[in-house]
Design a protein around this ligand. Structure first.
Ligand SMILES: [Zn+2]
Length: 425
């Protein structure tokens, strides 16, 4: 049985770093640095309380148990991205344990959520290596799942669900969404390190499943190992022998105290896919469409919530879809105007959207009204015999063309109206 687990790393949306007050948004290399994030001897880290609150909110949204107190450890290793020779992370009492994420058809266990600092960025040139410490100390959370994902579709759905939950907590999921993948088809576990972006995660998984399947089919055993993903060639490559956690030294971080988690304000989680399902059953509307509109769009969700009991839900969804299609962010007042315009039966295109946006009144009588299109269609049809137009594509297209020309209407709309009329005959 195939089992896939993920270790996802996301950067927390804080203004300053995890253990110092350096900015997280510096552009020029090595301009946002201090003795703490460069690991000078004697410098003392101070925990960013905002980072803690966001990490605990993520943990809470992933339905984790949050320990009464959390603590930090030093994970000791030697590498140029970490001059103090250890990374501050969590081990025994992380931000959360034993959580879960539910999606369409399944549920993935969340083993742990832990807070840690990002190391510096290494830039390799041909003859030398550069280090940019702007990234050193950026607050991260690592989300470790149970190996509960059993196929590609579930992986896709889980990632989308997780990203949506994180998106609603203000985490930038379009940027650096990095993960390590664990994939095992037989007993042996293969780890693929540092895969960036959803597409690469899916592609790497697909490749690795094929690779392991062919190893097994040829009667060999899959080697437990760490591999890396080559996005250009779309393959995974053996990188080094598997290093287990025991090979790292962990010691208690004496510079940081233990932190009480009681009394920290947790942000209320938003489960957009659950809300989409609720809208769908309550208002008898297309849940998949709503889901696609609100999973990664706070404004769309706010508009749905705002208008859901004031207008017909189909109209509301139509309006939200228009905002999304034309990339508009309307105030509630303008959104009302849009809803009214739809309710009047007007055909809405980018011109109408722009008029509403700049506050120009929509003169419905000068626009194309569905009733006018219907009236013209009916008058054309009334001059014909039923046998002439029923099931006749040529005549159908001819009538559509005539009305489009005369009313300057949208062909798709006219075709829809004509079909509706003919179907009733
Ligand atoms: Zn600093």
């Amino acid at each position: 049985m195939m089992r896939i687990g993920l270790e996802v790393h996301v950067a927390l949306p804080t203004k300053t770093k995890l253990f110092c007050s350096c900015s997280t948004s510096a552009k020029e290399p090595n301009t946002s640095i201090c003795p703490i994030c460069m690991g000078f001897p004697g410098s003392k880290p101070m925990l960013n309380k905002n980072a803690l609150a966001i990490a605990l909110s993520i943990s809470n949204a992933l339905k984790c148990e949050i320990p009464k107190q959390i603590s930090f450890v030093r994970k000791v290793y030697f590498y140029p991205d970490l001059p103090k020779s250890y990374q501050i992370t969590q081990l025994q009492r992380p931000a959360g344990v034993n959580g879960s994420v539910s999606y369409n058809k399944g549920k993935v266990g969340i083993r742990r959520v832990q807070i840690e600092e990002d190391p510096a960025k290494i830039i390799r040139e041909e003859e030398y290596t550069l280090v940019d410490f702007n990234r050193s100390g950026i607050p991260l959370v690592e989300i470790v799942t149970e190996p509960d994902i059993t196929d590609e579709e579930s992986l896709r759905d889980f990632i989308s669900e997780l990203k949506s939950i994180l998106y609603y907590l203000g985490v930038d999921v379009e940027g650096e969404f990095k993960a390590d993948l664990n994939i095992s088809l037989a007993e042996q576990r293969v780890e693929i390190k540092n895969v960036t972006g959803t597409k690469n995660l899916i592609d790497a998984t697909r490749y690795e499943i094929e690779r392991q399947t062919s190893v097994i089919n040829s009667g060999q055993k899959v080697k437990p190992e760490t591999r890396s993903y080559n996005a250009e060639k779309m393959i995974t490559e053996s990188s080094r022998e598997k290093e287990s956690d025991e090979e790292y030294g962990y010691i208690f971080e004496p510079d940081l105290t233990e932190y009480d988690t009681d009394g920290i304000n947790l942000e209320k989680p938003t489960y957009a896919s659950v809300m989409a399902a609720e809208y769908s059953s309550k208002y008898n509307v297309d849940g998949t469409l709503i889901k696609s509109l609100i999973m990664f769009d706070k404004n769309a969700l706010a508009k749905l919530e705002y208008a859901k009991d004031k207008h017909n839900m189909k109209t509301v969804i139509n309006a939200v879809e228009l905002l999304s299609r034309y990339k508009k962010d309307f105030s509630n007042e303008k959104f009302e105007e849009l809803l009214k315009t739809i309710e009047m039966g007007a055909y809405i295109d980018s011109t109408v959207m722009n008029k509403i946006e700049i506050g120009e009144k929509i003169d419905i009588n000068k626009g194309v009204r569905i009733e006018d299109i219907d009236a013209l269609l009916n008058s054309i049809l009334s001059g014909m015999k039923k046998e002439e137009y029923k099931d006749n594509k040529k005549v159908f297209n001819f009538i559509v063309g005539k009305v489009v020309k005369e009313k300057k209407a949208n062909p798709k709309l006219v075709a829809e109206r004509l079909k509706a009329i003919i179907d009733k005959v």
